[in-house]
Design a protein around this ligand. Structure first.
Ligand code: XMP
Length: 512
């Protein structure tokens, strides 16, 4: 996507790469993460105002050490190397990197040797965050030291005449007290950015680009009712209007009243909406299936079938809109390579290949909270924007074991009570996601004077930034007690409620 200003971040595998991108965008400059070995032609085509080399877990001397094309130093584009990024540029330009005698992890005090450019208005003594085993022991030719710490005599360097800088610490983490100022100096003093990127400019640029790409052709979008697909649909809708058709598939695995709400919520949307009632076919195919991966595969396949049928009816539609976000793509572009499949997430996965559709993914560089800002800019209802994420396979992965309509109804009722009470107590927006899970066991209870032998429900509420890691939310005990009481009293078939206190990792957010 062509933005008026852009910083390209070359990713060497740091756990903080995404944070760098966030910080840069928070400062008003659009940034994109690219693999470290991005071909030179592509890098140039991006016309970056600056390049940041991220940190990474490798040592530059390792046999398979990731190194960028050496030509990046000849482009005349400002470069900032961070941690491993500093070592990369020093190594490639002829300096020496060695294992540090004191490995440095955590806090250090930055001593500024030249308070200009990158360190403009940065005083000595501020805390910076280190995380490295190797460090620079000899400067490359024409470089000088602009900062040091107690354990790293060369903690920050710059080229004497070219705009090439390197810092051993991580300015992107909050523990580096002046990190934001240092990144801001790089963007505005060194790269000469103006900082005019925000949700409004994102909408404008993206709508223009989609308009240019789609022309007078048609597009379809699988709309789930969640934030990502909704914001994508509105963006594309704004660009091509009613030539966009959104398809909402009611799988029968939705939450209480969800299908009805979706129909109502999009009444005035700038696109066509087709709601497909596919409950029967999904439930039939899921009959007696207990294995979580089988369930996911079946739902994914059935989804594709429904979608294919709809696309065929529409005819002559070359584009598919998807609400893919940055955390969804990170594994495919990271130098760490695809990680083991833990769960087959389906984001209508496989559709374009099978159906020969070209993808439009307007949000693929953004994080959820940024998507919410874009959504607000598009004046999408707050209640859609602030909804918790909901998995594509729906309640099927929250009913452990086989799925049927009775179980779905029990779970829907229990889940709805939990969500209602979270809203009522203002906890809904303090957690990333909350839901109920129907366990495949019966437990003994006593109601009135009668013995009962009924289902157990687990409640899960987690805090998270992006769903990749999460912790269980410390929801007040009184609230949990109230929810438990209501579920046991109001939902026929449940006589026990438990609360899930597992973090991710080692658990995952969903139970299947
Ligand atoms: P896990 O359970 O893997 O979930 O920790 C992380 C986040 O992803 C959601 N999730 C899914 N979303 N299709 C989706 O669109 C899926 O198949 C899927 N599985 C999990 C989950 O709800 C959580 O927010």
């Amino acid at each position: 996507m062509q933005h008026s200003e852009k910083i390209v971040i070359l990713d060497f595998g740091s756990q903080y790469t995404q944070l760098i991108a966030r910080r840069v965008r928070d400062l008003g400059v659009y940034s994109e993460i690219k693999p470290y070995n991005l071909p030179m032609a592509e890098l140039k085509a991006n016309r970056p105002n600056g390049i940041i080399l991220s940190g990474g877990p490798s040592s530059v001397y390792a046999e398979s050490a990731p190194l960028p094309d050496q030509q990046i130093f000849e482009l005349g584009v400002p470069i900032l190397g961070i941690c491993y990024g500093l070592q990369v540029l020093a190594f490639q330009l002829g300096g020496q990197v060695d294992p540090a005698s004191h490995r440095e992890y955590g806090r250090a005090a930055l001593q500024v040797d030249q308070a200009a450019d990158l360190f403009y208005a940065i005083n000595s003594g501020s805390q910076v965050w280190m995380s490295h085993g190797d460090h620079l022991t000899r400067l490359p030719k024409d470089f000088k030291v602009i900062g040091h710490t107690a354990n790293a005599p060369i903690a920050a360097i710059r080229h004497r005449s070219k705009p090439i800088f390197g810092i051993q610490f991580h300015p992107e983490v909050v523990h580096s007290e002046k990190g934001r100022e240092i990144l801001s100096n790089f963007l505005f003093r060194i790269c000469d950015c103006r900082g005019n990127w925000n949700a409004a400019s994102f909408v404008e640029t993206t709508v223009e680009e989609i308009h240019g790409r789609v022309g007078d052709q048609k597009a379809i979008c699988a709309l789930s009712g969640g934030v990502d697909s909704t914001v994508s649909a509105y963006l594309v809708g704004r660009a091509i209007g009613r030539r966009l058709t959104c398809i909402f598939v009611d799988t029968g695995l939705m939450r209480l009243n969800e299908a009805r709400q979706v129909r109502e919520s999009y009444k005035n949307a700038p696109f066509e909406l087709i709601c497909v009632d596919a409950e029967q076919r999904f439930l039939t195919r899921l009959q007696n299936v207990t294995d979580p991966e089988r369930k996911r595969k079946i739902i994914g396949e059935e989804f594709i079938r429904v979608f294919e049928e709809q696309a065929r009816q529409l005819g002559d539609t070359p584009f598919l809109v998807q609400g893919t976000l940055y955390p969804d793509v990170i594994e495919s572009i990271s130098i760490k390579g695809p990680s083991a499949t833990i769960k087959s997430h389906h984001n209508v996965g496989g559709l374009p290949e099978k159906m020969g559709l070209a993808l439009i993914e307007p949000l693929r560089e953004l994080f959820k909270d940024e998507v919410r800002l874009v959504g607000a800019q598009l004046q999408i209802d707050e209640h859609i924007l602030q909804r918790h994420p909901f998995p594509g396979p729906g309640l099927a992965v929250r009913i452990l074991g086989s799925v049927d309509k009775d179980k779905l109804n029990i779970l829907r009722a229990a889940d709805d009570i939990f969500i209602q009470e979270l809203h009522r107590s203002s906890w809904y927006h303090q957690v990333w996601q909350a839901f109920a899970v129907l366990l495949p066991i019966q437990t003994v209870g006593v109601m009135g004077d009668e013995r009962t032998y009924e289902n157990a429900v687990a409640l899960r509420a987690v805090t998270s930034q992006d769903g990749m890691t999460a912790d269980w939310a410390d929801v007040p005990h009184e609230l949990l007690a109230h929810v438990s009481n209501r579920i046991i009293n109001e939902v026929k078939g449940v006589n026990r409620v438990v609360y899930d206190i597992s973090s991710k990792p080692p658990s995952t957010i969903e139970w299947e």
